[in-house]
Design a protein around this ligand. Structure first.
Ligand SMILES: [Zn+2]
Ligand SMILES: [Zn+2]
Length: 134
């Protein structure tokens, strides 16, 4: 699946890129430091700078997305349908909620009311997840 993704986007398939994509998929939303920690054992030749460079390439190719969350380290995720992030302030878990039509509506409301040309939408809800409430 990742081989095809890279090939379709004219990116060279390298073991490093595959390892990074696997980590992102496994964790859903992951920071560059976490990726590096998780793969350095099986990829000893890979430096933090290499991880960063590969992330940038894959972001430009729109295979992965930067996740912008308030008061949080930058994370990456695989490109998905537009979604809202629910962030637990206690355990740090991040849940995706696909509410595409509501997001579209909100975007149009904001654009109409402000005359802003909106380029991207990033919505996060901060709170306490069901597990941490228990
Ligand atoms: Zn939690
Ligand atoms: Zn997400």
């Amino acid at each position: 699946m990742f081989e095809k993704m890279l090939r379709d986007n004219h990116l060279k398939i390298t073991p490093q890129r595959l390892a990074i994509l696997k980590e992102i998929q496994k964790f859903g939303h992951i920071s560059i430091d976490e990726i590096y920690e998780n793969i350095k054992e099986s990829n000893p030749s890979m430096s933090l700078a290499t991880v960063y460079k590969n992330l940038t390439f894959m972001q430009e190719a729109k295979i992965i997305d930067e996740v912008k969350l308030p008061n949080q380290k930058q994370r990456y995720e695989l490109v998905k349908n537009p979604h809202i992030h629910l962030v637990c302030e206690q355990c740090g878990s991040i849940i995706d909620m696909e509410l595409e039509s509501s997001m579209q509506q909100l975007k149009e409301l904001c654009a109409d009311a402000s005359q802003f040309k909106i380029k991207e939408t990033s919505i996060a809800m901060i709170g306490i997840c069901p597990k941490c409430q228990a």
